[in-house]
Design a protein around this ligand. Structure first.
Ligand SMILES: CC(C)(COP(=O)(O)OP(=O)(O)OC[C@H]1O[C@@H](n2cnc3c(N)ncnc32)[C@H](O)[C@@H]1OP(=O)(O)O)[C@@H](O)C(=O)NCCC(=O)NCCS
Length: 160
């Protein structure tokens, strides 16, 4: 059975902030009980950020599967990052995927696969050359099956 995916709007901000909290709960051992993650002001800040981003920015998109009206079962969020033309491509963006989560009550129904696939399609149509993400242990099998590979020698550090 195909999964009904839709693009999220600003009114989904509260649910997306809840899903963001959920996306950070992957346990060390995959597929065990999700670890608790403290709420706090950051969840409300996250809701406000989603509302602003999804309201008027076309370089951000979230795709969701609904559990019920006003209640999201799964989501994936993506950003288009500008890139400079190079000798092998003039595509204008790279894509960054974040906040992939499925509510525990709705797991293993193909919902995460459906929302991440919708995001990849959107990024491809918008002109992304490369799409990247940071995988949790629970997300890794999905991403591998969708063609993602570990991509060294990229380096990062905290700013400041
Ligand atoms: C990872 C997560 C998003 C998967 O959500 P889901 O909707 O259950 O995933 P899907 O049903 O689309 O399954 C996608 C693939 O993941 C793997 N998978 C999902 N659940 C699994 C399980 N219980 N055991 C083993 N593999 C599993 C499988 O490879 C599966 O593909 P398949 O069903 O064709 O075999 C979900 O477990 C989750 O929210 N985890 C906590 C947050 C997290 O780690 N998010 C990822 C951040 S990068």
């Amino acid at each position: 059975m195909s999964v009904l995916v839709r693009r999220a709007v600003a009114a989904d901000a509260r649910e997306l902030a809840r899903m963001r909290q959920l996306s950070l709960t992957c346990p060390e051992e995959p597929w065990t009980k999700p670890r608790d993650l403290r709420g706090g002001p950051w969840v409300e800040e996250c809701q406000e950020t989603f509302a602003a981003m999804l309201g008027d920015q076309d370089t951000v998109a979230a795709f969701v599967v609904d559990a019920a009206p006003g209640c999201v079962a799964a989501c994936a969020v993506g950003f288009l990052l500008p890139r400079l033309p190079g000798p092998d491509s003039s595509k204008p963006f790279n894509g960054d995927i974040s906040t992939v989560a499925t509510d525990p009550a709705f797991r293993r129904r193909g919902y995460a696969r459906a929302v991440v696939t919708a995001l990849i399609d959107w990024m491809t149509v918008r002109g992304c050359k490369r799409i990247s993400l940071t995988a949790s242990s629970e997300g890794e099998p999905l991403y591998t099956s969708l063609g993602f590979v570990t991509d060294n020698p990229r380096m990062s550090r905290l700013a400041g």
